[in-house]
Write a protein that binds this ligand. Structure first.
Ligand code: PEP
Ligand code: MG
Length: 590
């Protein structure tokens, strides 16, 4: 076995600890039949297995509620309902009576249910496909005598590296930070939601390892280097020495960066930037506010919906948005309306579409479900009474989407007025520039959009036609491709010419090398993960905007992504010298 596995850097930090492999995939079911005499015992075996699965699920739910909170642990309620569903049990019993073994009968029934749910007209029902898959894995593992384990089984203080195929919502809520120190997954890329989640939680992570679950064994010692995207198994004395040195350097850099919290992000030639924070969970707001960020540039509201059986109502959403607004004491708080679909959680949402990234998601879904959308818009307008809350619309491709959203905001406002509820009617409404269409025709939003925010994760995906979540394509996912750079520059130009603020809130802003290129393209406002705010201040304060601009112009004229990256990397390394590697946690390509 190779001693070193290389994947994609997802969340920085270096951890040495035991590996914990979690096989959370639907197992292969060998076809088996039972004789007529065996049928009653088989029905009994199935019923006892369901009882064991329910006990186990209740245990997992309690443990998750303990460290993640009761509301988050609610994700298991739908799974419990499936385990108790009399229709499902009746169908399985019926198939056993036709001489199928319990596991075969259960598998057929679940496949049928998944198929049915995946094609359901209601999005909420389609989202249940993920729960069905979880139940299928749990029950089949018990019926087949496979190890039944869950992340909550990792003992506190284990400092474990959790290795799994992918991180589903139900696995995510089980992550106890006192037990699990790092995450490694076969699937995913830097911009997939596993990675974004790991960065929000501050857990070092490597994704896109492809076959880590089959190459690693539970209990093996390993070093996971989140910035380098590597795992060293059974490390040598040399690797351990390197680990110690690297942790010391990282700790020293963190200490130095901490001193920059209240420093101004001003370049060496006097350009003042605005640095805001990306917030994925309302609970992160206080941490983000202490990070030195001047507000929130992107709050991803879809994480409020993860694992729920119903959408959060107006009051619940209002409380969440108000909490974030209040944490920032009047600084701008940009809240994005639901961006559900694509690779966005809940997992089940994309089973029904052949091309979910080109599908019914984000603003498209919201405009088609106006009643659901207005609940969110009303909650946002109410929260805007407690801070500078601004609305941001995702995946916009043309002007009428903004106008339709504005019409719904006006309707929502009249509804609140009729109820006598205080709210901000003239709440600013901005658009995300994350499709080539929006970037090329950015001028068509002038007059309708209060601000632009460039989502470079999707902009790169749609410009290069490279699936952001596909680990096999990760080396081709090159945000420094000249085409992407030109679209960003065009958006900045339109913004500057019309007095519209342009922020970049995609991952390019959070990474020093790509952020250096953004400064060169004229970007003066960025929204980054809270843990990157001081790192970005360090970057800005060491950059000369005119040098970055000359290098960005040259990169835009390059013929290939490789050439463009080399130009940026060269200027970056010359600017930052010895600290360049540490600052950027190279490898540089996302
Ligand atoms: C983006 O696309 O760059 C972005 C910020 O949004 P998300 O990553 O949530 O799609
Ligand atoms: Mg996006």
């Amino acid at each position: 076995m190779d001693r070193r596995l290389t994947g994609i850097s997802a969340s920085p930090g270096i951890v040495a600890g035991p590996v914990y492999v979690l096989h959370w995939e639907v197992p292969e079911v060998p076809q088996r039949i039972v004789s007529d005499e065996e049928i009653p015992a088989e029905i009994d075996r199935f019923s006892q297995t369901l009882a064991r699965a329910r006990d186990r699920l209740e245990y997992v739910r309690r443990r998750a509620a303990h460290h993640a909170g009761e509301e988050e642990a609610g994700i298991f309620e739908a799974q419990m309902l499936i385990l108790q569903d009399t229709d499902m049990i009746g169908r399985v019993d019926g198939l056993i009576r036709q001489n199928l073994a319990a596991e075969s009968a259960f598998e057929i029934t679940m496949l049928d249910l998944r198929h049915h749910f995946a094609r359901h007209a209601s999005a909420m029902m389609r989202e249940r496909v993920g729960d069905l898959a979880d139940v299928q894995i749990r029950v089949l593992s018990l019926l087949l005598g496979l190890p039944d384990h869950d992340p909550v089984d990792v003992p506190k203080g284990a400092n474990a590296i959790l290795v799994t195929h992918d991180l589903t919502p139900s696995l995510t809520v089980q992550l106890d930070r006192e037990a699990i120190a790092a995450i490694a997954t076969d699937a995913g890329t830097r911009v997939s939601h596993v990675a974004i989640l790991a960065r929000s939680l501050g857990i070092p992570a490597v994704v896109g390892l492809r076959d880590a679950t089959s190459r690693l064994r539970t209990g093996e010692m390993a070093i996971l280097d989140g910035a380098a995207g590597t795992i060293s198994v059974n490390p040598t004395a040399d690797e351990i020495r390197h680990f110690n040195e690297r942790s010391q350097r990282e700790a020293k850099l963190t200490e130095e960066l901490d001193l920059l919290r209240s420093a101004e992000p001003v370049t060496l030639d006097g350009q003042r930037l605005t640095l805001r924070a990306n917030v994925d969970f309302p609970e992160e707001a206080d941490f983000a506010a202490r990070s030195g960020a001047e507000g929130v540039g992107l709050m991803r509201t879809e994480f409020l919906v993860v694992g729920r059986t119903t959408m959060p109502d107006e009051d619940e959403q209002f409380r969440a948005y108000k909490k974030v607004a209040e944490s920032f004491h009047g600084a701008p708080v940009v809240i994005r309306t639901y961006d559900i679909g694509g690779d966005k959680l809940p997992v089940g949402g994309h089973a029904a579409e052949a091309n979910p990234f080109l599908g019914w998601r984000a603003i498209r879904m919201c405009l088609d479900e106006p009643e659901m959308f207005k609940v969110q818009l009303r909650a946002l307008m109410r929260a805007a009474m407690f801070g500078d809350v601004r609305i941001m619309l995702p995946l916009v491709v043309s002007q009428e989407e903004v106008q339709q959203a504005r019409a719904l905001i006006a309707e929502g406002s009249s509804e609140l007025e009729a109820r006598g509820v205080a709210h901000r009617k003239d709440i600013p409404v901005g658009v995300m520039i994350e499709t080539p269409a929006a970037a090329v025709s950015a001028d068509s939003f002038v007059g309708d959009a209060s601000f632009f925010s460039i989502g470079t994760n999707d902009l790169t995906q749609y410009t290069l036609a490279i699936d952001r979540g596909n680990a096999n394509l990760a080396p081709r996912f090159t945000p420094l491709h000249p085409a992407v750079l030109r679209l960003i520059q065009r958006t900045v130009e339109v913004g500057d010419a019309n007095g519209i603020e342009v922020t970049v809130c995609g991952e390019m802003a959070s990474q020093p090398l790509t952020a250096f290129a953004l400064i060169g393209l004229g970007v003066r406002s960025m929204s980054v993960s809270p843990r990157s705010v001081t790192l970005l201040k360090r970057l800005v304060r060491g950059t000369t905007a005119t040098v970055a601009a000359a290098c960005a112009t040259k990169a835009m004229g390059a013929r290939t992504a490789v050439a463009s990256e080399a130009i940026i990397l060269d200027a970056f390394t010359r600017t930052f010298g010895e600290v360049a590697e540490l600052l950027d946690g190279l490898p540089h390509v996302m």
